[in-house]
Ligand binder design. Structure first.
Ligand SMILES: CC(C)(COP(=O)(O)OP(=O)(O)OC[C@H]1O[C@@H](n2cnc3c(N)ncnc32)[C@H](O)[C@@H]1OP(=O)(O)O)[C@@H](O)C(=O)NCCC(=O)NCCSC(=O)C[C@H](O)C(=O)O
Ligand SMILES: [Mg+2]
Length: 294
C-alpha cells in the first residue's frame, strides 16, 4: 500500500526518534501524538544490535498502527558495514521516508538516490544536516530536491557540535548562523526543515525555549528524543489564536469588494500586502490540517 504524498501544509511539528532496537518504545510510539516517527538504526543502536534493529523496524511498519503519522527509518551511512543492507530493506518496506545521516554534499544525495532506484516513487529521501562540510554545501544539497526524492532536512546539532568542537548550550550561539542558512536554503528549494534535538528532556522550560527559538528561525518543526517533549513541541509549532485571528482578518479584508483590486491595504493599522495574504492563507490551511489530525 502506498501512502498519499505530503502536502505543503501537512503538520510536521514533532518528529520523535527512537532506537528501532527498543520494542517497548516502538509500542509506546503508536499511542503518542507526534506528527513523525523516526525509527533509528544509526547512532542510537549499538553495532551488535544493528541487524536486529533493521528487522524490527521493517516488522513494526508491517504491523502498522501508526495512524496518520509519517514513519521514517534513519539508516546507517553508505560507508558503514550496514548502510547498503539498510537501504535495500527499506526500499521494499512500508516506510514513508528514509532518513540518511552525515551528508556532506550533493554527491552523497546522488549515491542514496542511486541506491533507492528500484524503490517506489512514494518513498521520500530525508537528509540530516550535521557535518561541517554540509554547512558549506547547503544550497547545492537543497537543489537536489528538484530532480529526486529529497523532500526534508533535519538538523543534527549533536554531530555538528562534535565536529566543530563547539558547546551545545541552551542559547545555541555557535550554531545560529547555520540554522538560519539551512532554513533559507531549504525554503529556496521547497524542502521541509526540522530543527535538531534538545538533549535536555526533563526540564521542559529549557526545551520550550529552544523550540520557540526554532520557530523564530522559521523551522517547520523540531526533532525530539523523548515523549515528554511532544506536547510542548506541538504547542509551539501550531499557529496560535492571535496569529489565526490576524490571518482571518487579513483574508476577510482582502475579500471586501473595495479591496479586491488592491495589492496593499491597511489591516489593524498595519501595512498589509498580497504576500501577507499568502502567509495568512497558509496559516489557516496549516491550522485546518492540525485540527483534522488532532
Ligand atoms: C533518552 C532516553 C535514553 C531516556 O530513556 P529513559 O530514561 O528510559 O526514559 P523514561 O524512563 O523517561 O521513559 C518513559 C517511558 O517513555 C518511553 N520512551 C522513552 N523514550 C522514548 C522514545 N524516544 N520514543 C518512544 N518511547 C520512549 C519509555 O520506554 C518509557 O515507557 P513506559 O515504560 O511504557 O512508560 C530515551 O528517551 C531514548 O532512547 N530516546 C531516543 C534516543 C534516540 O533515538 N537517539 C537518536 C536520535 S537523536 C540524534 O541522533 C540527533 C542527531 O543525529 C544529532 O546529531 O544531533
Ligand atoms: Mg547525528
Amino acid at each position: 500500500m502506498t501512502r498519499p504524498q505530503a502536502s505543503a501544509e501537512q503538520p510536521r511539528r514533532s518528529a520523535l526518534y527512537l532506537p528501532a532496537s527498543n520494542p517497548k518504545a516502538i509500542a509506546k510510539t503508536r499511542t503518542l501524538p507526534c506528527d513523525i516517527v523516526i525509527l533509528d538504526l544509526e547512532d542510537a543502536v549499538a553495532p551488535e544490535m544493528k541487524e536486529e534493529a533493521r528487522r524490527a523496524a521493517v516488522a513494526a511498519l508491517e504491523e502498522g498502527g501508526f495512524g496518520g503519522r509519517e514513519v521514517a527509518i534513519r539508516v546507517n551511512g553508505l560507508d558503514t558495514p550496514w548502510g547498503s543492507d539498510d537501504l535495500a530493506a527499506i526500499a521494499t518496506s512500508r516506510a514513508d521516508a528514509v532518513l540518511v545521516p552525515k551528508v556532506d554534499g550533493p554527491s552523497d544525495i546522488a549515491r542514496y538516490e542511486a541506491a533507492l532506484r528500484e524503490a517506489p516513487s512514494s518513498l521520500q529521501l530525508w537528509a540530516m544536516i550535521e557535518t561541517c562540510a554540509s554547512v558549506f554545501a547547503l544550497e547545492s544539497i537543497a537543489a537536489m530536491a528538484k530532480t529526486g526524492r529529497l523532500s526534508l532536512w533535519i538538523m543534527g546539532t549533536n554531530d555538528l557540535a562534535k565536529e566543530m568542537r563547539a558547546q551545545l548550550t541552551p542559547e545555541r550561539t555557535p550554531f545560529l548562523p547555520f540554522l538560519s542558512m539551512a532554513v533559507a536554503a531549504a525554503r529556496a528549494h521547497g524542502l521541509t526543515v526540522l530543527d535538531g534535538v534538545c538533549n535536555e528532556f526533563r526540564d521542559l522550560d529549557v526545551f520550550t525555549a529552544e523550540a520557540r527559538q526554532g520557530l523564530l528561525f522559521g523551522f517547520d518543526g523540531k526533532s525530539l528524543i523523548h515523549p515528554s517533549q511532544i506536547e510542548p513541541c506541538n504547542a509551539v509549532f501550531s499557529p496560535g489564536e492571535h496569529e489565526l485571528a490576524w490571518a482571518r482578518g487579513v483574508i476577510e479584508a482582502f475579500a471586501l469588494p473595495e479591496n479586491r483590486q488592491k495589492g496593499v491595504i491597511r489591516v489593524d493599522g498595519k501595512m498589509t500586502e498580497i504576500l501577507h495574504l499568502e502567509q495568512a492563507r497558509r496559516l489557516v490551511a496549516v491550522a485546518e490540517q492540525i485540527a483534522a489530525r488532532d
